[in-house]
Design a binder for this molecule. Structure first.
Ligand code: NAD
Length: 471
């Protein structure tokens, strides 16, 4: 094969050439140059993958918890062994900066977290005189986005396998390089054939074929809200169970008692995570009116800690946008912010100085933003943050919740009791107080950020159907 053409998908334990013939260009977004192509799978490939997963289901669903833990351990070790290759593919394929390499480690980490979950999980419960068996739902369709594909593949697969499901994975067509490395690692773990299958193809071809397939019982999707709605409609025909992890417009609320240096750093980190290309990005920074000037002075100075640049440079915080289309989209939002009357306090339109090639944007901070402006309402998916002011705690909660989304929220305060009181009023699936994090806690969105939860026991239960046996 031409070394720059990825022309293998993974079905029934083997690397096979897709039946689909379309070639799709892969870019290095840091240079704007084509680095290769991927041969995309089609409906016939999807059918073969689902059939293989269906054949593997009876044996896999009958495995014991110990056998599944053993398999997850092998998968974890195999993915960890390819860590550097995953890192390289992330750098080349979407310009994910080296500084964010924890995202690379999260791929193997997903298996470790699911092992921890499984170790204390009880598949049998008792309610009155009933025995409730938590049974695997069946063949799972796992559909993932490009912005950390290695992690999404591993996380969804770990959960499906832990539940006793078999899987057909449809990674993003834009992350074929990551997918290739991860697939090789997963293959090396030596699981029974057909237990997982990986078909890279277009969303409206392979994604739709999975969503409509009568032998697929469940969809776990991470991606945009727009596509999530299409999948919800398509899956209705066969009444699939589903988890939809969608977009966000998350608030970072700085309370008036917060240490402002720490809070502003935390808010900028939450906003610029993964070059701003993150569903969980805290893109609306809510600041008490009385402390706006102080926050602006600190934030303007701290923007120097978040430089855009070569993702291989260890100081770079913000790499390129994934595609030219995404670059244009981010530019259009920056223009729109100015037109709507917001004030640029850092960054702005165009490219950062000295970065003429590739899809780099200037990390941008807007002030004088009101919550009705487009830049405060729509997911930009780039390093563009808005500072909004609020009068008091009630006003902060109202602004924070005044959005169609509800994926995440960030709170900064020196008063834990006050912060927890406010957290319980926020319409968000996760609230991080002063940078708090827990990988086994449920992850997912309120409102149009999605349906269902991933991670830990909540994620595992999504792949299980309770069967009550009585008498
Ligand atoms: P996307 O919705 O365009 O694509 C996601 C996946 O869905 C891809 O594999 C794509 O090929 C597939 N797809 C597209 N059309 C489809 C269809 N009709 N049927 C089935 N599958 C289809 O999203 P993207 O641009 O790859 O990723 C960015 C989006 O993902 C952002 O909106 C971001 O917020 C969201 N996201 C959410 C989370 C979360 O956990 N909530 C995490 C990361 C990204």
């Amino acid at each position: 094969m031409d070394e720059n053409v990825i022309n293998k998908i993974y079905i029934d334990g083997e690397f096979v050439t897709p039946h689909g013939t379309e070639l799709f260009d892969l870019f290095n977004p840091a240079t704007g140059k084509v680095i290769g192509q991927v041969q995309l799978a089609d409906e016939a490939d999807t059918g073969a993958a689902v059939a293989a997963a269906k054949r593997a289901l009876p044996a896999w669903s009958a495995t014991s918890k110990e056998e599944r833990i053993d398999a997850l351990r092998r998968l974890q070790a195999a993915v960890a062994a390819r860590r550097n290759e995953i890192q390289e593919s992330v750098l080349v394929e979407y310009g994910g900066p080296l500084r964010n390499s924890y995202l690379v480690d999260s791929a193997a980490g997903a298996f470790a977290d699911m092992i921890t979950t499984l170790e204390s999980f009880d598949f049998t419960r008792h309610i009155g005189n009933a025995t409730v068996e938590m049974a695997p739902v069946g063949v799972a369709g796992l559909i993932s986005p490009w912005n950390s594909d290695a992690f999404f593949i591993c996380d969804k697969l770990a959960t499906a396998l832990a539940a006793g499901c078999t899987a057909v994975i449809k990674p993003s067509e834009m992350s074929a390089t990551q997918t290739q490395v991860v697939t090789q690692a997963l293959h090396e773990a030596g699981l029974p054939k057909g237990v997982f299958n990986i078909v890279t193809g277009r969303g409206d071809v392979v994604g739709t074929a999975i969503t409509r397939h009568p032998d697929v019982a469940r969809i776990s999707f991470t991606g945009s809200t727009a596509v999530g709605k299409v999948i919800f409609r398509e899956a209705a025909e066969t009444l699939k169970s589903l988890t939809l992890e969608l977009g966000g417009k998350s608030p970072s609320i700085i309370l008036d008692d917060a240490d402002l240096e720490e809070a502003v750093t935390g808010a900028l980190m939450a906003g610029f995570v993964n070059s701003g290309q993150a569903c969980v990005a805290g893109t609306r920074i809510l600041v008490p009116e009385s402390r706006l000037d102080e926050v602006l002075a600190i934030a303007t100075a701290k923007m120097a800690d978040f430089p855009a640049g070569d993702p291989r440079d260890p100081v770079t915080a913000i790499g390129p946008m994934v595609s030219e289309r995404q670059w244009e989209r981010v530019q259009s939002y920056i223009r729109r912010g100015v037109e709507d009357g917001a004030r640029i306090v850092a960054g702005g339109p165009g490219r950062p100085e000295g970065l003429a090639d590739g899809y780099f944007v200037r990390p941008t901070l807007f002030a004088d933003v009101t919550n009705d402006m487009t830049i405060a309402r729509e997911e930009i998916f780039g390093p563009v943050l808005s500072i909004l002011t609020y009068r008091d705690d009630d006003d902060a909660v109202e602004i924070a919740n005044d959005t169609n989304y509800g994926l995440h929220a960030y709170l900064f305060s020196s008063d834990p009791a006050r912060a927890h009181r406010m957290a319980s009023r926020l319409e968000a699936g996760r609230v991080a107080i002063n940078g708090g994090y827990e990988p086994l806690a449920p992850f997912g969105g309120f409102k149009q950020s999605g349906i269902g939860r991933e991670y830990g026991t909540f994620g595992l239960e999504g792949f299980l159907e309770p069967r009550s046996v009585m008498g």
